[in-house]
Write a protein that binds this ligand. Structure first.
Ligand SMILES: Nc1ncnc2c1ncn2[C@@H]1O[C@H](COP(=O)(O)OP(=O)(O)OP(=O)(O)O)[C@@H](O)[C@H]1O
Length: 365
């Protein structure tokens, strides 16, 4: 557990970055600090590994005041990942990661073997180990940064806007990867971002900070979206918080309907309705518009790209998105292996939301 007890930080120039803030971070969970630029997130995080000392108050890690710990020894138990990964530019990827086990007294050979395992853990192919950081994409560099932070197997991981320098698609991949890793590793993670979507996706709990280092609200993402504490939090979580909250709504009640399908590579007579094209394994590939005259065998070029796919039993937000984005008005539902299960309409998803609202009795916003 990490505990901030009435922590305050005033810099020498008089700026109060953190104002008497108290917060407990549960062991084995991801806790996110979110808020606008300059609200004190980084200052608060760096007090955990003593890169910054509080002006007053205490920070405890595992029940001990960090001021009683030797900074170097304290940091060995705390991984630290920053934006742009912070890699050594003149060392190759494998050696960047191996640095940490080497510092811990492992032999060079052993350190490299461990580094190889870690690269695999974060989803990087072994052959990238020989490259230099500048020869990797931004997303790959971030993965190396995570591998290096994990190298000493620290119980605590501090992550300061680690994914903010990469494009949105890569960023989503990195977020998913972090959630997968966390499932496996059960670290105590403190994660800083200014992106509320990232915060509610990753955080088991989310602390919203406002200017001057005040804690505006500390809650589970679902509660934050359903019941923002004040106008500041309401504005910060945004007007589409109702839609965001669908990410946490149980999809019970979603009943996919059958859909007319056609198979790629077969002859297809025209029909006055939308049909979903699937490959030989039953995976959806796109839609064939009503009345399409297919010359010869059906090929991908004749299809309209489908909308997003909804994987059954995942939260309702994906179901609504699939229904809204489908060119045919029918959202495509697939199973965990990506094979077609059926389709859902927007009306059906809205009905499920309405049922949920009645059942839960506490209305979606
Ligand atoms: N060394 C310093 N000396 C003086 N003021 C500082 C110092 N470091 C940070 N600050 C100020 O303290 C406040 C909080 O800064 P901090 O970096 O913790 O915010 P943040 O929420 O992490 O911001 P961002 O999202 O922009 O990184 C800001 O007003 C900042 O200008």
């Amino acid at each position: 557990m990490i505990e901030f007890q009435a922590v305050r930080k005033q810099y020498d120039n008089g700026t109060v970055a953190v104002h008497e803030l108290s917060l407990s971070v549960q062991t084995g969970t991801i806790t996110v600090l979110v808020g606008p630029s300059g609200c004190g997130k980084t200052t608060l995080m760096r007090m955990v590994n003593r890169m910054i000392e509080p002006s007053s108050g205490k920070v405890l890690v595992g029940g001990t005041d960090v001021r009683e710990r030797d900074p170097a020894q304290l940091r060995r138990g705390i991984g630290y990942v920053i934006q742009q990964a912070g890699l050594f530019p003149h060392r190759n990827v494998l050696d960047n990661v191996a640095t940490v086990p080497l510092l811990h007294g492992r032999s060079k050979q052993e350190a490299r073997r461990r580094a190889g395992e870690l690269l695999e853990l974060v989803g990087l192919p072994q052959e990238l180990g020989k490259r230099y950081p500048a020869q990797l994409s931004g997303g790959q560099q971030q993965r190396v940064g995570v591998a290096r932070a994990l190298a000493a197997d620290p119980p605590v991981l501090l992550m300061d806007e680690p994914f903010s320098a990469v494009d949105p698609v890569v960023r989503e991949g990195l977020q998913d990867e972090l959630l997968r890793l966390q499932d496996e590793l059960d670290k105590t993670v403190l994660f800083v971002t200014h992106d509320i979507d990232e915060a509610v996706k990753l955080g088991e709990k989310v602390a919203v900070l406002r200017q001057g280092g005040h804690l505006a609200q500390y809650a589970r993402p679902d509660d934050l979206l359903a019941d923002p504490a004040d106008d500041f939090v309401t504005a910060f979580v945004g007007r589409d918080r109702g839609y965001r909250r669908l990410s946490f709504v149980d999809p019970d009640g979603v009943r996919p309907e059958p859909v007319a399908t056609v198979e790629l590579g077969t002859k297809v007579p025209p029909e006055p309705r939308w049909r979903l094209a699937v490959d030989g394994d039953g995976r959806p590939r796109g839609w064939l518009p009503p009345g399409s005259n297919v010359d010869g065998e059906l090929a991908e070029a004749q299809l309209v790209a489908g909308g997003s796919l909804y994987t059954e039993h995942t939260p309702l937000r994906g179901a609504l998105d699939a229904a809204l984005s489908a060119p045919s008005g029918q959202g495509v539902v697939v199973d965990g292996d990506g094979r077609l299960v059926g389709v859902i309409t927007t009306d059906h998803v809205l009905d499920v939301i309405a049922q949920h609202r009645r059942g839960v009795g506490e209305g979606l916003p």
